[in-house]
Design a protein. Structure first.
Length: 403
């Protein structure tokens, strides 16, 4: 039956080529669109990780949910022992301490509420590679009373490099404390909302402001973003026993999962549309082919071939066309992905973002396999109705069509 199906497919070269072409272009389109979305996810993930959250963060239980009150209640104790445990994980490249708090930034003319982060500049180098410095420079280990401000904060207060500002905070004891800083740079991340309220200063000055010697966040930099969930899962039990909460980067930023969910739904609609288009094209082609060959099927029935075998033969022809079309589409889509990626696609900033990027087409095995499967399934499903109709037509009527 397979040999007969192959002969029938290649006997009608033009019609088979049209059907194979339709399947191929559908599969290639799915590979390109799916690879584009995967590249978008990867760029968005790295931008969030490398400019804001790191791969994994550890804090006191309840801190991420806003259930911890006061600075002292959020401090992590036994940091040196914790770092030893964390660095023992093979994927962990760096452990940086942060002290996050709310404050009021004043430049003598006006003020703005800010979310401040005390950081360790040397350790943060592994965490802020996607942090874009617009003016000035990054914080250096030798800096004292220096501050790095987000783009939105700088615009709101009309700050210039070298200008002096005051950061006012409430200490753990309830008193008000203030320190004078020099603006050494302005930065931009993936999030416009974050840049509108974020400032960074050396950890020592942040601890002095809050009258503490601790940190409320440990931020891990890993060898690969894909290791975030395995590392989080591995650390959850031992950290939980110490009343610490472990969160992966995507759990700290709901913009990413919501964006992925939105685009995956849109891609699902695209898959359905391509499936229907290919299915209708194959159904039309197979219907014409079957109608032209009614005499042939009637002769087969006259020689004792049952309707079920005729049905299987037509489906086998569609499966051969589907396999050829899916393979050609996978090859075409992969080739186009390589060419497009070599050139690059300039992209504007995503919603709520400040930075554009150059998109490429990521070749992912499950996307290629899924697209090929959809193309093959559409060919087989499109042939079901014509195959069923020809298998049920009376033998006499089929023979009459061939006269």
């Amino acid at each position: 039956m397979l040999l007969l199906a192959l002969r029938n497919v290649f006997r009608q070269k033009v019609r088979s080529a049209i059907t194979v072409g339709a399947i191929s272009f559908g599969v290639a389109g799915l590979i390109l669109s799916g690879g584009f979305l995967r590249d978008l996810y990867a760029h968005l993930a790295e931008a969030i990780v490398q400019s804001q959250t790191g791969h994994v963060q550890i804090a006191r239980a309840g801190y991420f949910d806003g259930r911890v009150r006061g600075v002292e209640g959020s401090m992590i104790t036994g940091r040196s022992q914790l770092e030893g445990v964390l660095r023992a994980q093979g994927e962990v490249r760096e452990v940086a301490g942060r002290l996050s708090f709310a404050g009021l930034l004043n430049n003598g003319r006006t003020d703005a509420p800010v979310l401040a982060e005390g950081i360790e500049p040397m350790r943060e180098r592994a965490l802020d590679r996607n942090l874009q410095i617009l003016q000035g420079r990054r914080l250096e280990p030798a800096d004292r009373f220096a501050i790095l401000v987000g783009e939105g904060v700088a615009q709101r207060l009309a700050l210039r490099i070298g200008e002096r500002v005051n950061l006012v905070v409430a200490t753990a004891g309830g008193a008000v404390n203030v320190l004078d800083f020099e603006v050494v740079g302005t930065f931009r991340t993936i999030s416009r909302e974050f840049d509108a309220r974020a400032v960074r200063l050396p950890l020592a000055e942040a601890q002095s402001l809050l009258d503490t010697d601790g940190v409320n966040l440990l931020v891990l930099s890993l060898a690969a973003t894909a290791s975030s969930d395995p590392v989080r899962h591995h650390l959850s039990q031992p950290m939980g026993e110490l009343s610490l909460d472990v969160r992966a980067w995507h759990e700290l930023n709901d913009f990413y999962p919501k964006t992925v969910a939105l685009f995956e739904r849109l891609f699902g609609v695209l898959r359905a549309i391509i499936l229907v288009m290919v299915l209708l094209g194959v159904a039309n082609t197979m219907s014409i082919s079957v109608f032209e060959r009614l005499g042939e099927f009637g002769t087969m029935r006259a020689f004792g071939v049952r309707g079920g075998r005729v049905f299987a033969g037509v489906l086998l022809e569609a499966a051969v066309i589907g396999a050829i079309g899916a393979s050609a589409g996978a090859l075409l889509g992969s080739s186009l992905a390589v060419v497009i990626s070599a050139v690059g696609i300039p992209m504007p900033p995503p919603p709520n973002a400040n930075v554009g990027y150059t998109a490429r087409i990521m070749l992912v095995a499950d996307v290629v396999a899924g697209a090929s499967l959809i193309g093959f399934a559409a060919a087989v499903l499109g042939a079901l109705l014509p195959a069923l109709r020809v298998s049920r037509i009376p033998m006499v009527d089929a023979l009459r069509q061939g006269v």
